[in-house]
Write a protein that binds this ligand. Structure first.
Ligand code: GDP
Ligand code: MG
Length: 654
C-alpha cells in the first residue's frame, strides 16, 4: 500500500509544502504532493520526524532548565518550609497541591517528586545538600581500593528451632560450656565468638531459638555470611526451622544444614532430609546442592566435617574487607553492665575499630574507652569480622543498629544530639497517646479494654523480644498496650507511671530500686520480675483472661489475738492485740473469729503502734486494731488477716 505525499503530511499534522521540504532534506526523490511513497519510505520518514521532534523537545527542556535557579532544600521538608523557600504563601502552595490531587496541611512532609515538579513551576531546580550523616560518613564512601582488600573471616550464624542444639554445637566448637550459664536453658542473647579452625578464623553468632526471639533472629541472619541451620534428627523440621530458612533466604545468605543429635537411637536422617526438600534445601546425596552434615554436639561426631564444609563454603564467597578504612559494622547486642555503664557487642564488617575511635550508632554516640574480645581479654583493635564488646557509649544501642566511626568529634556530637531530639519527640508523641479523652472514649465505647504494661529488661534484645511476643497475643476482647519499655532497673518513674496510668510493671532480669519499691507497695502496683520470657507471655495471657473473668483467692497473711478492748470516743472500739503469726497489714481483709466461728468479715479502719498509724505490724508485736463497722469485739477474739490474690484462668493453648 502506497501513500501520497499530501496524505502523509495530513497524517502527521503538517502542510504538503512542509512535507516536501522534509522529503528533500531526507533526500527522498519525489515530484510533487501527488507523488506516491511506498510503505517503507513512509515509515522511515515518520520515524525520522519523530526523532527530530524529540531532540527539539530535549533541547527546549535543557534551555528551560538552564534558566532554572538553584534552590537548596533539606529533606524532609514540610509544606510550610517549602513555601517559605519558594517565597510564596503556604495557602497558595496548598492550593497548588490540591490541583495535583495532593491534600496536605502545612506540617505535612512532601516527597521529592512533588517538590521537583512544583519547584520547576516556580523556575527552580532543587538541590538536596548531603545530610549531616552523609558528610560524616564520607570517609567510608571512599572508592574501594581493590589493592587494599584482604580476606576476612566468615561470619557464621547458627539458627534453628529451640533445643535443637545450636548452643551445644557452638559449645562443642568452642570447647566451653555456655549452655549451663543460661537462664531457663535458652540462649537469651546473641553470643558472638571467634574460633580458629585449621588456622583460619571463623566468627560464630549464636541465636536464640524460642519463638519470642524472631526479631533477634532476623538480625542474626543479616549479620551472617553463612547460616548453619541446626535441625535435631529426632525432632525434624519445626516451625522455627522454617522461620530461620525464611530469614536466611530473605537476607540472601547461603545455608549449610547440620543435622544434629545423630547420636540418639532410632532416628531417621533420611526423614529429616526429605522434610528439608520441602523447603528447597535438597542435600547433595539427593541430587541437590545444599551442604548437609550429620553431627552430634554431644559426642562431637561429624563436627570436624561440618567445619570443613563451612570453610569450603566460605572460600567460595571470597569474603574481603579493607582493614585500613575506618570501622563500620553492626551492633549485635547492647546492655547496661553494672559498674561499666552501657556496653555493646559489635561486629566489625569493614575497616578496623580502635580504642579512642568515635563511634556513632543509630541511637548512641561515644568514644571507645575499651574493647573486650570474646574471651574476656582487652584488645586495642578489632579488624573486619571480629566481634568485640565496646565500652564508652552514651547509651545502650539496639541490636541490629549499624555503626560507623567518625573523625570529626564535634560534627558527630551535633548529629547525635539532633537525633536525640528526634527520639525525644517521638517518645513524647508516644506518651501523648494515652490521654484522658482516649481512655474515656474507650471506656465509653466499651469495646476495648486494655492491659497496660510497663516493661523493663536487662538488654534491648530481650525487651524487643518480649514486646513482640506480647504484641502477637490474640487481642479480641482486650489488648496489651506496652506504654513504656526500656533497659534498666525498675525505678520510681516507672512506678509513678504505672500508678498514673493503671499499668502493671513487668521486669525481665532486673531489680526494683528501693524508692520504686516504696511507691509500688504504697500504691499497690502490680510489679513482677521474670527471668524466662515465656513465663511472661504465659502470665500476661492469664492476666488478660483474668481481666475478663477474675477469680479471687484469699491468702493468709497473719493472726492477731485480742488482749484488751478499749472504747475511744467518736472512733468506737479498738482492740489491743498481739500478733501471734505472720503480719497484719492495714490494707488487709480481716475475719474476726470467736470460738473458731467467723463473726465478722471486713476491713481494718485503723492500725496503730502506740499512737502512730502504721502500715503493717509484724509477728510478736503489739498493736491497736480498729475494725470497721464491728463494735462487738471482745477479749479473746482472733483477728485473721488476708490478702486477695487474683487468680487468672488460663486458656488451653490452641
Ligand atoms: P539450642 O536451644 O538450639 O541452643 O539447644 P541447646 O544447645 O541448648 O540444646 C538443647 C538440649 O539438647 C540440651 O539438653 C543438650 O544437651 C541437648 N543436645 C544438644 N545437642 C545434642 C546432641 O548432639 N545429642 C544429644 N543427645 N543431645 C544434644
Ligand atoms: Mg541456645
Amino acid at each position: 500500500m502506497a501513500i501520497r505525499v499530501h496524505q502523509l503530511a495530513k497524517k502527521l499534522g503538517m502542510s504538503s509544502k512542509e512535507m516536501l521540504e522534509v522529503l528533500s532534506r531526507l533526500n527522498v526523490p519525489v515530484k510533487g504532493h501527488m507523488s506516491s511513497l511506498d510503505d517503507e519510505t513512509a515509515e522511515i520518514v515518520t520515524h525520522e520526524l519523530a526523532t527530530e521532534q524529540n531532540k527539539k523537545k530535549e533541547v527546549e527542556v535543557k534551555e528551560k532548565e538552564a534558566v532554572l535557579k538553584d534552590l537548596e532544600v533539606e529533606f524532609p521538608v514540610t509544606v510550610k518550609n517549602f513555601a517559605l523557600k519558594l517565597g510564596i504563601k503556604s495557602s497558595d502552595l496548598i492550593q497548588k497541591l490540591i490541583k495535583k490531587n495532593i491534600f496536605a496541611s502545612i506540617n505535612h512532609n512532601l516527597d521529592d517528586v512533588t517538590i521537583n515538579a512544583i519547584a520547576a513551576e516556580y523556575g527552580y531546580k532543587v538541590h538536596r545538600p548531603p545530610t549531616a550523616e552523609e558528610v560524616l560518613f564520607q570517609d567510608h564512601h571512599q572508592v574501594v581500593d581493590k589493592t587494599k582488600l584482604v580476606p576476612r573471616p566468615p561470619v557464621v550464624t547458627l539458627m534453628g528451632h529451640v533445643d535443637h542444639g545450636k548452643t551445644s554445637l557452638l559449645d562443642y566448637i568452642r570447647k566451653t560450656k555456655v549452655t549451663e550459664k543460661e537462664a531457663g536453658g535458652i540462649t537469651q542473647h546473641i553470643g558472638a565468638y571467634e574460633v580458629m579452625i585449621n588456622k583460619k578464623a571463623v566468627t560464630f553468632l549464636d541465636t536464640p531459638g524460642h519463638e519470642a526471639f524472631t526479631a533477634m533472629r532476623a538480625r542474626g541472619a543479616n549479620a551472617a555470611d553463612i547460616i548453619v541451620l541446626v535441625v535435631a534428627a529426632d525432632d525434624g523440621v519445626m516451625p522455627q526451622t522454617k522461620e530461620a530458612v525464611d530469614h536466611a533466604k530473605a537476607a540472601g545468605v547461603p545455608i549449610v544444614v547440620a543435622i544434629n543429635k545423630c547420636d540418639l537411637p532410632s532416628i531417621s536422617v533420611d526423614k529429616v532430609k526429605k522434610q528439608l526438600c520441602g523447603m528447597q534445601l535438597i542435600s547433595e546425596d539427593m541430587g541437590g546442592k545444599t551442604v548437609t552434615a550429620k553431627v552430634s554436639a554431644k559426642t562431637g561426631d561429624g563436627v570436624d566435617n561440618l567445619l570443613e564444609m563451612l570453610l569450603l563454603e566460605a572460600e567460595l564467597l571470597e569474603l574481603k574487607a579493607d582493614p585500613t578504612l575506618p570501622a563500620s559494622g553492626v551492633v549485635i547486642e547492647g546492655k547496661l553492665s553494672p559498674g561499666q555503664g552501657p556496653t555493646a557487642t559489635i561486629l566489625v564488617k569493614n575497616g578496623t575499630l580502635r580504642i579512642g575511635d568515635i563511634v556513632l550508632t543509630d541511637s548512641c554516640y561515644g568514644k571507645v574507652k575499651a574493647m573486650i574480645n570474646d574471651r574476656g581479654h582487652r584488645v586495642k583493635e578489632a579488624p573486619p569480622s571480629m566481634p568485640v564488646e565496646i565500652l564508652g557509649l552514651s547509651g545502650v544501642p539496639y541490636a541490629g543498629e549499624t555503626f560507623f566511626t567518625v573523625k570529626d568529634d564535634k560534627k558527630a556530637k551535633e548529629l547525635f544530639s539532633s537525633r536525640q531530639d528526634k527520639v525525644r519527640e517521638d517518645n513524647l508523641k508516644k506518651t501523648k497517646r494515652i490521654t484522658l479523652e482516649d481512655i474515656y472514649a474507650r471506656l465509653k465505647d466499651g469495646i476495648v479494654k486494655e492491659l497496660k504494661i510497663i516493661l523493663k529488661g536487662d538488654v534491648k534484645g530481650s525487651v524487643e523480644a518480649i514486646e513482640q511476643s506480647l504484641g502477637e497475643l490474640p487481642a479480641k476482647e482486650i489488648k496489651v498496650n506496652i506504654i513504656h519499655s526500656d533497659v534498666g532497673n525498675i525505678n520510681d518513674a516507672d512506678a509513678i507511671l504505672a500508678m498514673a496510668s493503671d499499668a502493671v510493671i513487668i521486669g525481665f532480669n532486673v531489680k526494683i530500686e528501693p524508692k520504686a519499691k516504696e511507691t509500688i507497695e504504697k500504691e499497690g502496683i502490680d510489679a513482677r520480675i521474670y527471668s524466662i520470657i515465656y513465663e511472661i507471655v504465659a502470665d500476661v495471657t492469664a492476666a488478660m483472661e483474668g481481666m475478663l473473668e477474675p477469680i479471687s483467692k484469699e491468702v493468709f497473711l497473719g493472726r492477731a489475738i485480742v488482749r484488751q478492748v478499749f472504747v475511744v470516743s467518736k472512733v468506737g472500739k479498738i482492740a489491743g492485740c498481739t500478733i501471734q503469726k505472720g503480719t497484719i497489714a492495714r490494707s488487709a481483709i480481716i475475719k474476726v473469729k470467736r470460738s473458731k466461728e467467723v463473726v465478722y468479715e471486713g476491713k481494718i479502719s485503723s492500725l496503730k503502734r502506740f499512737k502512730d498509724d502504721v502500715r503493717e505490724v509484724a509477728e510478736g508485736f503489739e498493736c491497736g486494731i480498729g475494725v470497721d463497722g464491728f463494735n462487738t469485739l471482745r477479749e479473746g477474739d482472733v483477728i485473721e488477716a488476708f490478702g486477695i490474690e487474683k487468680v487468672a484462668r488460663r486458656l488451653e493453648k490452641a
